[in-house]
Design a protein around this ligand. Structure first.
Ligand code: F6P
Length: 550
């Protein structure tokens, strides 16, 4: 695809209009905005297929949304969305289509890449995964000695780990409790050691997940797992019953010794961080079963349809993207906190970190020009209520602007005593406290000693977006993940950056490969790094190998 060069954002009339508007809105408080507009909450709440987003507690007006939507139109967001769904090669630096939406397409949809409909292949892999998952779950697939598989260990990193690990945790309530699923990612040997230390190799199945099958962390862990298995089972033929692979690289999978029959494929048009609903989700499918996985894909698909068809003013991913951009570029916010009031979503923010920060952490636009505005935010968070007893102090009374997405469920997975009402009372209370705070006069009226009044005052005016879902189910998880995938797309499209490459991870990998032999060599190596790195490597070698530290 020939990339048309878009204008620089600050030169766009829509951008200038927003900058002028921001100067007016910046000084208005949420208290004022709510006082001025009786129906604000209703007007700024959108319900799409059960996912409710209330963005009224944000520092914006109806005009802000109108101007942001004009900006999106000025960037041809609609055309960019269609280009993705049509399979155009919008990942221009890697000459690839970006088609995670094809992973959840209905069987009769047609989505073409280079003139070939990819949907039948997607469904063929899903069917193969389902057959395998059913056999493991029923006990028909046994280990080499005939024992039933009791633990599945997914070995992968980044997009080949964070998605399935997050989703396994999120959907634990739907998983087969007779099977334990573990995730190993870090090249720190502790990770694989802890994951296998208490396991019986005869009952353990490894899923080696790597798009490229060249990632050093994953291959190192996979080799260590293979050694561990062989030390226990002693027969090389055991590998075929205890190792399967998920990859796009059949040759490397075969080189590792995994039977290509036991490989589950995907395609170069699936980015790693957009891949857990592909075969990369095999461990999840084994845990929750093919039906649960299919339900999750339906949730993704529903949000895809909404993103593609809903008007921008009522389009949840577009609204989240525009509101995020509003703070990022017109208020100078550097971060966004994602705060799920759902223990099962404990890993959701960690998952979003890669999705958002690897996608939109870019400082040149698609034409290679330096961007003129701030791009992707720092994403972080922890589940409520735990975060309230840790970092919320800084959000309430610190000096930084931290817009928050606060997620909650109308119904609990486990209705234990008063827990859900207490959890949700905190959920509602926090967004109220953040928005409206407590003025000095309100504090003083409570009889607080005058010198303590400033300490006990809450400025408020901290923006939050409330996201409510019916209950954490596979379907809802699919909706939520697609919501954020498309939010990231919306922002990248407006910033005119390539949200689908990740060249920024390369330099560290190259340097690490150069340093490995310097750490492992018996002879004292010649070091040609900077003075600091040379000295640190010498110190490490001196400790580990008894070399010279100086
Ligand atoms: O961190 C860089 C990265 O390339 C991610 O984008 C990717 O998800 C991860 O490494 C793992 O890659 P692979 O699946 O090829 O092992």
């Amino acid at each position: 695809m020939t990339q048309t060069q878009l204008g620089l954002l600050p030169d766009l009339p829509q951008w200038r209009a927003l900058a002028e508007h921001a100067a007016e809105v910046r000084d208005r408080t949420l208290r004022e905005l709510f006082d001025a507009e009786a129906g604000r909450a209703e007007a700024m709440t959108v319900d799409a297929d059960g996912i409710v987003v209330d963005y009224s507690k944000n520092r914006l007006t109806a005009d802000t949304i109108r101007l942001l939507v004009e900006l999106a139109r000025g960037r041809d967001l609609g055309g960019q969305i269609e280009a993705m769904f049509r399979g155009e090669k919008i990942n221009t630096t890697e000459h690839r289509a970006v088609l995670h939406v094809a992973l959840r397409a209905a069987a009769d949809d047609v989505i073409e890449v280079d003139g070939v409909d990819v949907v039948p292949e997607v469904h063929a892999v899903l069917a193969k995964m389902a057959g395998f998952a059913d056999r493991v779950r029923s006990g028909a697939w046994t280990g080499f000695t005939g024992e039933r598989i009791r633990t599945v260990v997914n070995i992968g990193i980044g997009g080949s780990d964070l998605g399935p690990a997050m989703a396994y945790e999120a959907l634990r309530d739907y998983s087969d409790r007779a099977l334990d699923v573990r995730f190993v990612s870090n090249v720190d040997g502790t990770d694989i050691w802890e994951a296998t230390n208490d396991l019986d190799p005869a009952k353990t199945l490894f899923i080696v997940s790597s798009k490229t099958f060249t990632t050093i962390e994953t291959l190192t862990n996979a080799h260590t797992a293979r050694d561990w298995l062989l030390a226990g089972l002693r027969e090389p033929q055991a590998i075929a019953r205890h190792f399967v692979a998920v990859s796009t690289n059949a040759e490397k999978v075969a080189d590792f010794g995994i039977d290509p029959e036991n490989m589950f494929g995907f395609w170069d048009w699936v980015g790693g961080r957009y891949s857990f609903d592909s075969a990369i989700g095999l461990s999840l499918m084994v845990a929750i079963g093919p039906e649960g996985f299919t339900e999750m894909l339906a949730g993704f698909r529903a949000m895809d349809r909404h993103f593609r068809t809903a008007p921008f003013e009522r389009n949840l991913p577009v609204l989240l993207g525009l509101i995020g951009l509003w703070y990022d570029d017109f208020f100078g916010a550097e971060t966004v906190a994602v705060l799920p009031y759902a223990q099962y979503l404990a890993r959701f923010s960690a998952y979003l970190q890669q999705l958002d920060m690897e996608s939109n952490g870019k400082s040149v636009d698609r034409s290679g020009r330096p961007v003129q505005v701030q791009t992707g935010p720092i994403v972080w968070g922890q589940p409520g209520t735990n975060g309230q007893h840790a970092f919320y102090q800084l959000i309430h009374q610190g000096t930084k602007l931290i817009p928050c997405d606060v997620l909650g469920m109308l119904a609990p997975n486990h209705d234990v005593g008063r827990h859900h009402d207490l959890l949700m009372a905190n959920f509602f209370a926090q967004t109220e406290a953040l928005a409206f705070g407590k003025t000095a006069s309100e504090v003083a009226a409570e009889g607080v000693e005058p010198e303590l009044v400033p300490h006990r005052t809450f400025a408020g005016n901290h923006p939050t977006t409330t996201i409510l879902a019916p209950k954490l189910t596979p379907y809802v998880l699919g909706q939520l993940v697609a919501l954020y995938e498309h939010k990231v797309f919306t922002q990248g499209a407006i910033w005119d950056i390539n949200s689908f490459d990740q060249w920024g991870v390369e330099l560290g990998k190259v340097l690490a490969n150069r340093i490995v032999p310097e750490l492992e060599s018996e002879a004292e190596p010649e070091l040609n790094h900077d003075g600091s790195t040379n000295a640190l490597i010498r110190r490490y070698r001196a400790q580990r190998r008894g070399g010279a530290a100086g």
